[in-house]
Ligand binder design. Structure first.
Ligand code: FHN
Length: 587
């Protein structure tokens, strides 16, 4: 269990307040749990999907089934008796809890959440229900016990994932010989007793992570909350308990929001495309991508939980481990810019990177280091004290006028995974956020920051492969004739800007016209073609394309309103605009 960074008395006071909360049984998602400081501080966690599915590793009867590995039982529509058979071979003798915890620790992760029971219904712990690792496998050990001991020893937090609604071993609609059972019978006879086992047999846990609440009633969600509060009053509960009664929000799988999010929340992501181990999936994220994702989530105000799918023998995929350890080494250079750091006052990423805040310091993480290029931050109401590279204290050249900070990147390549610049201010950041249109970097005006009129914000979520989620915030539902969206943009330099549109358009919206106004002084007529041959009605897997659509002239630097207005009523389909990108041209 992670140590909570408040004095004992304060903890007592918080617990009292917390018990008053529990009298009402629930804390609304986003409201601060009185014992959540450790969560806010931690920022980075390891998610582990390990179960009987790891034994199958996406192969069923000699055939590979593509998609997220832990769904193999569903993908194969496996009968429970057939599926159970893998238990007799599941023998992860190379599992070493101390090694896993040490790896997580060296990777800079502060807590671990592991699947104690996933949708397949197999308990990875010693349970009264016989479909579990100590009873049904030759392994016989309880890995959750060993992990709990190793985590406690190393000061790493531990959370249990428990699939409370889906348990295909008890209820599914494909196994012919599965006796019919109501959800409430399963809930009472398996779910509640198993959650109680997890809450009472493993010492103090940091959190309990529920998933896919489905059609659970609020009463059922609250029954689980009560259980957690009774046996683990310090443990947090994630929002996937359902019905809005968790302590913090878990965002969609593989989703990193583009706009800051208030309250306690986390982003969860895979290291490749699957949560559970899949033998064929080598689409690993590399260390630099992992580091960027971590910074991006912290900059939006959240915690990042990165998943690894251990193999059936109890080992972790080597390439995956090497990458997270590389990130861990990098974090060691900038711990205060990561742990406990708060969100970017600019609410979104910059074209060159992203910002976290530590007290009076802005930590600028430069994702795209262009030797000699200038980067800009606008709307700063503070005085600037110093601008240095964070780990080497190299003083950087900068100018600061009317709230615009222009920093020159040194003319050298960056020798780091992700370089960090520290801007020390005279106090906590006071920023009026606006997007600086940077002459050195193509800058995106994202849909999430538009003001729509006669159009609407929407989030499109879809699966590329089974279980591999993608998400885009878009402006869509345009009025046929005059739907509009506008952005406030702060141009650092006048000149000509190449415009690119990032959008999805179905067959029926081929040839939709828009006008793009730059403060009504320059107008560009756009003609957007379909990005897919599919009709709107089949649009469950959108196809986004980024394409050049023309050039606009910006006469003077400063704030400008960029407006996009739909112009023709002929096209029947909708159009989904994710962003407009502006790229200064050099003529
Ligand atoms: O269905 C599960 C999936 O297998 C995986 O566990 C993810 C992790 O966030 N949660 C569910 C889908 O959202």
């Amino acid at each position: 269990m992670i140590r909570i960074s408040v004095a004992g008395l304060l903890i007592l006071a918080s617990l009292t307040a917390f018990n008053q909360q529990t009298a009402r049984d629930t804390i609304a998602v986003g409201r601060k749990h009185p014992l959540s400081d450790w969560f806010t501080e931690s920022k980075y966690a390891l998610f582990l999907h390990w179960g009987l599915y790891s034994q199958y590793s996406n192969q069923w009867k000699g055939k590979t089934l593509y998609g997220i590995g832990e769904w193999i039982m569903y993908l194969a529509q496996a009968d429970i008796k057939e599926y159970e058979a893998a238990a007799q071979f599941f023998n992860p003798v190379r599992f070493n809890a101390s090694e896993w915890v040490q790896i997580a620790k060296n990777a800079g992760m502060k807590y671990i959440v592991i699947t104690a029971k996933h949708h397949e219904g197999f308990a990875m712990f010693n349970s009264f229900h016989p479909f579990n690792i100590t009873t049904a496998t030759p392994f016989k050990r309880d890995p959750m016990k060993e992990l709990a001991a190793a985590c406690a020893k190393e000061g790493i937090g531990l959370g249990f994932y428990y699939s409370q609604f889906q348990d295909w071993h008890e209820i599914n609609d494909w196994s012919k010989d599965l006796p019919k059972q109501s959800f409430s019978a399963y809930f009472k006879n398996k779910c509640i007793p198993q959650v109680k086992e997890l809450l009472t047999n493993y010492g103090s846990i940091s959190l309990i992570w529920f998933d896919t609440p489905g059609e659970m009633t609020k009463e059922q969600s609250l029954e689980l909350v009560k259980l957690v509060r009774k046996y683990q009053p310090r443990a947090l509960i994630n929002s996937r308990i359902g019905n809005g009664v968790g302590d913090y929000e878990t965002y969609g799988d593989h989703e990193i929001p583009v706009k800051n999010v208030q309250g306690l929340w986390e982003a969860v992501n895979t290291s490749n495309d699957s949560w559970g181990y899949a033998w064929y999936d080598e689409n690993w994220k590399t260390a630099d991508v992992m580091a960027r994702d971590l910074v991006s989530v912290i900059a939006r105000g959240g915690n990042y939980m990165l998943n690894i799918g251990p193999k059936a023998d109890g080992t972790l995929p080597k390439f995956n481990v090497d990458q997270i350890l590389t990130v861990g080494k990098w974090i060691k250079q900038y711990p205060d810019a990561i742990y406990g750091a708060t969100a970017s006052p600019w609410l979104q990423a910059f074209p060159w990177g992203d910002v976290t805040v530590t007290k009076n310091n802005l930590n600028l993480f430069v994702f795209d280091w262009k030797p000699g290029a200038s980067i800009y931050l606008t709307g700063i109401g503070n005085k600037i004290k110093t601008v240095v590279t964070k780990n080497t204290n190299e003083k950087l050249r900068y100018s600061f006028n009317n709230g615009v900070l222009k920093i020159e990147l040194p003319v050298r390549t960056s020798n780091q995974l992700l370089e960090c610049i520290r801007v020390e201010l005279d106090g906590e950041p006071r920023v009026q956020a606006s997007m600086a249109i940077d002459p050195n970097y193509p800058t995106s005006l994202s849909a999430a920051f538009a003001t729509p009129e006669g159009a609407a914000f929407n989030k499109l979520s879809w699966m590329e492969k089974f279980g591999e989620w993608k998400h885009r915030t878009v402006i869509n539902k345009w009025n046929q004739q005059d739907g509009a969206a506008s952005w406030e943009a702060n141009f650092m330099e006048p000149g000509y800007y190449q415009v690119e549109m990032d959008y999805h358009a179905c067959k029926e919206s081929d040839g939709t016209e828009f006008d793009l106004f730059n403060n009504a002084s320059d107008t560009l007529r756009l003609y957007l073609t379909a990005t897919t041959g599919a009709k709107e009605a089949d649009g469950d897997r959108p196809r986004f394309r980024r394409t050049k659509v023309g050039i606009i002239k910006v006469a003077a630097p400063g704030m400008t309103k960029i407006s996009l207005i739909r112009r023709n009523a002929a096209q029947k389909g909708d159009i989904h605009i994710a962003s407009i990108q502006l790229n200064k041209t050099n003529f």
